[in-house]
Design a protein around this ligand. Sequence first.
Ligand code: AGP
Length: 610
Amino acid sequence: MCGIVAYSGSRNALPVLLGGLKKLEYRGYDSSGIALNDNGQITIRKRQGKVSELISMLDSDSTLEQATCGIAHTRWATHGPPTTENAHPHAGGKGDLALVHNGIIENHRSLREKLTAAGYVFCSETDTEVLAHLVDLHHKGKLIDAVISALREVEGTFGIAAMSRHEPGVLVVARRGSPIVLGLGREETIIASDASAIIKHTRQAIYLDDNDIALIQGNDVEIQALDAGPVSRPTSQIDWSSNAAKKGGYEHYMLKEIFEQPEAIRNTLRGRLDRNRGNALLSGLNLSPRELSELHRVLIVGCGTSMNAGLVGEYAIEDFAGVLAEVEQAAEFRYRNPIVKPSDLVVAISQSGETADTLAAVREAIDKGALVSGLVNTVGSTIARETGRGVYLHAGPEISVASTKAFTCQVSVLLMMALKFARSRRMSRDAGCRFVEEIEAIPSLVEQVLEQNDNIAKVAERYVEQSSAFFIGRGYLYPVALEGALKLKEISYIHAEGYHAAELKHGPIALLDENVPVIALCNEGPGKDKTLGNVAECQARKSRVLGIVTQGDQEAIAALDDHIVVPASPPHTSVIPSTVALQLLSYHIARLKGCSIGQPRNLAKSVTVE
Ligand code: AGP
């Protein structure tokens, strides 16, 4: 995820900026840069790669050591691959101003056309450069006025810091959907996307609200609302431990990324749902409605969590679009000489975009003449490049080895794909509009589960000692059982198996006794009553059963030994809040066991070997 640092004060800005970037490295990035305002001279230095490489490049440049005002950025590529040209800061106009930005500008294409027509020349593929030139276009005197005018034209999210050579020492910062915190010093202000970059200098902080814009010079801070007058925001004390500060206030990347899911899913959905036409706008698929209507089959390949997400996609695409859909382990695909037709769309799901088995499956599908699409989180990754078409997750970098937000964002994209395929066939506009509303409701469903964190931690205490567990579910909740078992296995080392609830009696039930708990997906929906029947079968063998239940379902709660409540939602979207509940359950069990959640034994974040 991108990171911002900015400084205005009496000290040299450069070491503060670079030190701040180092503190933000944990967020994941692929390029970095700084801009300094040295008494009316704006200098920008940026490059692809690590902050250490930027520092080496600057070491030899002593001219940069005088400036007392500057901005800096670590970029995680969304629009345009990770290159030096696409790195931030970006210059506005002919270099009179510089700007860094976190977030996604949805109307960047139309703004780019407008600016090009106005004579602006672009040197990057980013939406951020569009904003920099837009501010320049509006710059008639004061920087803050130009920024306000520009942001009024922007649709999407931003956290920005900007400066102009005409106003030495002055910074303008603003936020909508992407955090900005102001660190208040004695003669200085340090601005950052999170407190990790600030607490070395001060623990007095102001957190901007959405649509706040601040004018900063030294320790002088004036905050106003974008569309109204001055506002005052409370000053708070940052109480992060130094270890937590390395991960945005969380003890582990996994917990940080679990709690990022509402924002990550919003970023995944942003600009991709059309409420009026009841459809999904997945332009990256590069397939017309006519081509979609002629697809014979969707074949989904992936590994691990990505394959589990693919199984949800299979259910949703067949359920809503009536298109044949199948999921296959990527590792099997290329070795079994699969039947693949030109009318097949092969969707390769991969967070990293570098998984060897999935990449090999992509190449096999290409060789067999199928249409191939990626569903990838990492921009510019090998799978993204070799599929040539697809949908980026926009989930932000996933650092934790245990995949969490990637799964929920992958499922969100697959639901949008099911909608798009369905609307190219028999789904009506009204049904499409209902589906759009259901998908847009997902982030708030996740927020409601995250509010249960403390309760889930208490439930976890009763499952720490187990050496084995079963996860069971039906329908859309069967892939949730698989994913829940995978999460528990990989971070707590408890042997766990995900099973279709009906399958237990075909053998695995022989393993049940008082030492083997069962986690059952008992959400309201078509399979609930049968699953409660399976729960009773497990309890008859003395297994303790923890159920995921729908808010208010007293019948299910009464039938279970323990329960975790999730908000009511249709079966196809209940996958996501239910999975988040199991992510937290696994996290707390592993935490209580003292496991190495950050570095689970034997595991790698991206399996780039067969
Ligand atoms: C998930 O928690 C695991 N880390 C693993 O199963 C992962 O999902 C799998 O290796 C696929 O990775 P990818 O999505 O980057 O291709």
